[in-house]
Design a protein around this ligand. Structure first.
Ligand code: FES
Ligand code: FES
Length: 158
């Protein structure tokens, strides 16, 4: 079947099998390998991207289900001039990453959480991140980055 998705602002049309996952489409058809696969069973969140502005685990969505949508991946988060998104900057500032494998999914989830819950407390931040696993266990830095990034996003109206 033929599908067209707009990925990071660029329409991409491909022939895919109906069983093709969105994460496979992004990595293998669009060549955007920043979206990682850490489990394939909807547990780790490494594959999180935004579909029409909502965070989804792209290993759990068929590419065909995303037909006609606007998809944003980690590669599309920075400004066109290369300036980091406030949440990317917060991860850098607070050392919210170690090996970096979970980081793209963490950041995409955190951007969505910050938009939905700009006033969240630390306890709420820890609860809301339960769908993203960091095998390096760098949660203190990740939570600090989420809270700081959310504040900056609210201030910047991002
Ligand atoms: S690869 Fe999608 S949740 Fe782990
Ligand atoms: S930084 Fe290594 S898995 Fe999270």
């Amino acid at each position: 079947m033929q599908i067209t998705l707009t990925v990071n602002g660029t329409p991409i049309t491909r022939e895919v099998e109906p069983r093709t996952l969105l994460v496979e489409f992004l990595r293998e058809e669009a060549g955007l390998t920043g979206t990682h696969v850490g489990c394939d069973t909807t547990q780790c969140g490494c594959c999180a991207v935004h579909v029409d502005g909502r965070a989804v685990k792209s290993c759990t969505v068929l590419a065909a289900q995303a037909q006609g949508t606007e998809v944003t991946t980690i590669e599309g988060l920075a400004a066109p001039d290369g300036a980091l998104h406030p949440m990317q900057q917060a991860f850098s500032t607070h050392h919210g990453l170690q090996c970096g494998f979970c980081t793209p999914g963490m950041i995409m989830t955190c951007v969505a959480l910050a938009r939905d819950y700009p006033e969240m407390t630390e306890t709420e931040a820890r609860e809301k991140l339960e769908g993203n696993i960091c095998r390096c266990t760098g949660y203190n830095g990740i939570v600090a980055a989420l809270l700081d990034g959310a504040q900056k996003m609210a201030g910047d109206d991002v």
